[in-house]
Design a protein around this ligand. Structure first.
Ligand code: UDP
Ligand code: MG
Length: 320
């Protein structure tokens, strides 16, 4: 496949006006030193400060700089989605706009993709300069969970600095807040050659972080959703039907047990507790009802997935 550029650098930015001039001149220095044929795609995610004005001015000086500006703030995933769609480079590198990621890392990331043949090389902020309590510690826990669930062994899944083979970014669809799990999206799309490289990390020089502590709760929920989608997205009944039957049968068996036990005791003239006086009986009824509910949810999900435009969307490596 022929590509118009060697390298596309996709930068999502939201209110980062102070950082932009420094960031761009730093990237330009690295690009010139390595004589890349490159483009920089700046996606302005609805900034309300002077960021977009800066992008326009910078691109007037350097035609390799392209810009996309959202009318409002949609989030980093949306910005990356459009940046990926626009990228023409053989290798696509993403980085944050806040000067926390170092452009000096790009040549090695580029080399690892082009020469070593990785689908994704993800940055790893081994030494991190963020708040320890609110970011570094929860991030360790979060990454451990993500490794267990996704089976991808990255220390820093959500690192903004990553390099991709062009084909990868064209075959995944980042949506919602799934920018945290791009390696997982890629793996599910059949791009499993994923590795990491320790990268330099700086303290935020200007502006403020755009994500608070809610990132960890939302991140966990998204992880569960992705896990569910990747395992059962195309066959939801296998999940709901199985758990539904299990619940239904357990509940049915317990209810029957309570009834039969009482009948036997009654028939033999023993002391017995009326069925309606036994807590287990009510628990059993709840289980039966939940089982039916799960089963119905399974049918509904099957109808949704039957109608999904994704239902026969397979990633083909080669065909002739
Ligand atoms: N960002 C964005 N849209 C948003 C929030 C953030 O494009 O709604 C950009 C932000 O400008 C930065 C990158 O995403 O370039 C990472 O954000 P931030 O530095 O706030 O995250 P942190 O480093 O605190 O994880
Ligand atoms: Mg940052």
């Amino acid at each position: 496949m022929e590509y118009a550029k060697d390298l596309s650098i996709v930068i999502s930015l939201y209110n980062e006006e102070e950082s932009l001039p420094e960031l761009i001149s730093w990237i330009e220095a690295v690009m010139t030193a390595n004589s890349y044929n490159y483009e920089i795609i700046m996606v302005d995610d609805g900034s309300t400060d002077g960021s977009w004005k800066h992008v326009r001015e910078l691109s007037a000086k350097n035609p390799a700089i392209r810009g996309i500006s959202f009318r409002r703030n949609y989030g980093k995933s949306a910005a990356l989605y459009h940046g990926f769609a626009a990228a023409q480079g053989r290798v696509v590198v993403t980085m944050d706009a806040d000067l926390q990621d170092s452009p000096e890392e790009i040549p090695e990331l580029y080399r690892m993709v082009t020469e070593e043949g990785w689908d994704i090389v993800s940055g790893w902020k081994k030494q991190r300069f963020d708040n320890k309590l609110t970011k570094n510690l929860p991030s360790k826990l979060y990454n451990w969970t993500a490794r267990k669930v996704t089976g991808i062994h990255l220390h820093d899944m959500n690192c903004g600095l990553k390099a991709y083979r062009n084909e990868v970014v064209k075959n995944i669809e980042v949506y919602g807040e799934m920018h945290r799990y791009i390696p997982y999206l890629a793996k599910n799309a059949g791009f499993g050659r994923i590795t990491e490289k320790p990268v330099q990390h700086q303290k935020r020089k200007y502006g403020v972080s755009k994500f608070g502590l809610e990132r960890f709760v939302n991140g966990l929920l998204d992880l569960i959703s992705l896990w569910f989608l990747s395992r059962f997205g195309k066959k939801p009944m296998h999940f709901f039907g199985f758990t539904g039957i299990l619940m239904f049968l357990t509940g049915g068996f317990l209810a029957l047990w309570v009834i039969v036990e009482k009948l036997i005791q009654q028939a033999n003239g023993l002391t017995f507790r009326p069925v309606a006086d036994q807590p287990l009986f009510y628990l059993a009824l709840v289980a039966v009802l939940l089982g039916v509910q799960l089963f119905l949810a399974g049918f509904i999900c099957e109808m949704i997935s039957r109608n999904s435009s994704e239902r026969n969307n397979y990633k083909i490596r080669e065909e002739f």
